[in-house]
Every structure is written in structure tokens, then in C-alpha cells.
Design a binder for this molecule. Sequence first.
Ligand SMILES: *Cc1c(COP(=O)(O)O)cnc(C)c1O
Length: 355
Amino acid sequence: MSKTSVDITFNLDRLVRPSIKNISPYSSARDEFSAAGDDLVFLDANENPYGEGINRYPDPYQNDLKSAIARLRKVSPENILVGNGSDEVLDLLFRAFCIPGRSNVVTLPPTYGMYGVLSAVNETAVREVPLDENWQPDPDKIMKAVDEDTRMLFLCSPNNPTGNLMNSAKVKQLLQEFPGLVVIDEAYIDFASKDSWAKQLEKYPNLVVVQTLSKAFGLAGARVGYALTSPKIVGILNTIKPPYNVNALSQSKALETLKNSESANRLLMELEIERAYLVQQLEQLPFVAKVYPSDANFILIRVDDANKRYEQLIERGIVVRNRSRLHGCENTLRITIGSPEENRILTETLSTLSE
Ligand SMILES: *Cc1c(COP(=O)(O)O)cnc(C)c1O
């Protein structure tokens, strides 16, 4: 058992911001009658009676969409909170659990930039405990960074920008020992060779799995992300979320996409084939020192001179992401897997780059 600097165990009541404990959520008259269906005359919400469906406010609890997500992830609808992209879900977590100017969270660089941005916006200190040389978390060091004001730990798995899954034994240890919420960001889980942690929700009351339809399901423009967690935590987030946070067009598009799982699976298979092709091509380039294994839809590579290679690609009309400023990522580029044609343009261009 690793030791924190103080003796604390997980207790949800202790973690919730006192200022939100007594808020009752905004409720529309519609909430109370939605079960009655479409036969009622709705004159309660000052909507325009004319229009093609979107003249009405959307379902604030996204019930149809939650049923589809529940089927896909084998959880119950009560385990789901849907947000305007997973970025909104992450922001709701900060607002529900972090007291500005007092609380802190733990992040594991190099990782997704939004955890830092949201911490700053919510005046929450960040305790950075870098991943080790294999991009894995160090549970003992993480536990040493914890104190009574620590509210959340962000584990990104597969991690952005490194592309790897977090070691299961280490994640398990953290779920057992970390006294705050363990937020596992699974934005890329559908590209990975392992199962979602959402299967373990019953076992770990401090687990919050965050997923999105932006990557594997190709709906980045629709802004649909969600948390899979305990009904209690869903309830807390529901009290503070904007009532109509996911618009009607996005809800119906997301539902349609989830129903058509065959085409989503086809897309995934194509991207996996393309990832293998790109890895093999990148490994042959003389200026590429390392191609990091990827469980995501991007590949991190270490090159001789990232700024130079980045500029050379820009001059040839290809935009990748220079990740060199992140901890431990000197001279790295992150390359998203594109369509077969885009990937061929990339590899042909890379093979012509001068020394
Ligand atoms: C892309 C990404 C997200 C953002 O997802 P949205 O649902 O589009 O807001 C979240 N986490 C990670 C790690 C990402 O890379």
C-alpha cells in the first residue's frame, strides 16, 4: 500500500464542492411531462410552434442517446452523463469537485493539454507527476503528491500524445489507493487492443471514465462526449450542467451513428490498417529516430530536428503537430492517421525531404 502524505480514503461527500451541495437543478416544466409523450399541447417553454423539429428544446437528459451508449458500452443509462464534447464533461468535473484557490489535481505529463487549461480556468493547482521512460504512471510518486485538497487524478489511456495504454496493474493500484476521483480519459479507446475501464464501474466508486464520439465515431463536429461513472456522480454533475447542453441536431446525429455500428466498425478497421502501413513507412525514414507504438489514431515519432521537419511539411502543405515543448517529448511530431490518400501524400512527401 503506498502512502499519501496524510491518511485519507475515498469519500464522495468530502470531495463535492460545498457550494453546490444544496443546489437543486434547473428544471423545465417539460421534464415533468416528457414521459407522457408527444400527445400533449406544449405551451410552457415559449418555443415557436412552427419549425421542423428543432423549434423545440432538446431532451435535457438525452435519454435516447443514453440508451444507445448504454447498449454499446454495456452499462446502465444511470451511469451516463452526456456533454457538449468530452471537454464539457471535464469542465463539469472541475466545477463540481474543485474549490477555486484551494483544491489541486494530479496530471501525468506529457498528456492532453485541456487538463491544465481547465485547472487554470478553475483556479485549481496542478501537481505534475511525469510518466516514466515507458510513458507509464508511477503510483508511489502519485500517492506522495496527494494531500487533503487533492480532488482528481487524470489518466489518459491511450495517452495523447504518446499513443500508449496505461499499464492495467498500475491503474488498478491507483483506483484502489487514490482518495480522489480517478478520471480515465478514453478518447481513443476504440483504436486500442484493450477493453474500456467502464467494465469496472461497480468495483470502483471513485472511477470516472470519459469517452467521446469525436474520434472513432467521426463526429468531432457534433460535440458529443460523455462520462461513465456511478449514478451518484452522474447526479452531482446533472445538478450543475446547463439544461440543454447537447443540441437536438447532435443528439439525433449521434444516435443515427451509434445505430449504424457496421459503418463505424468499417471505419475503425480501415484506420487500423492505415496505422500499420504508416508505422512501417515511418520506420524506414533516415531522420526518424523512433516510432512509438500506438493504440490510438495517431502516431508519435521522434525525429532529428522537429522544428525543421515540421516546417518542411508545412511548406509542402501538410500540417502535423509538433509536440516538442511537452515534457519528455523533445523533437517529436504527432501525426494523425488520415485517409489512405492523405497517408500516401504524407509518406511520399516525407520520403523526398532533404537531410
Ligand atoms: C480529442 C480529445 C478529447 C476531446 O474530445 P471532445 O469530445 O471532442 O471534446 C478528450 N480527451 C483527449 C485525450 C483527446 O485527445
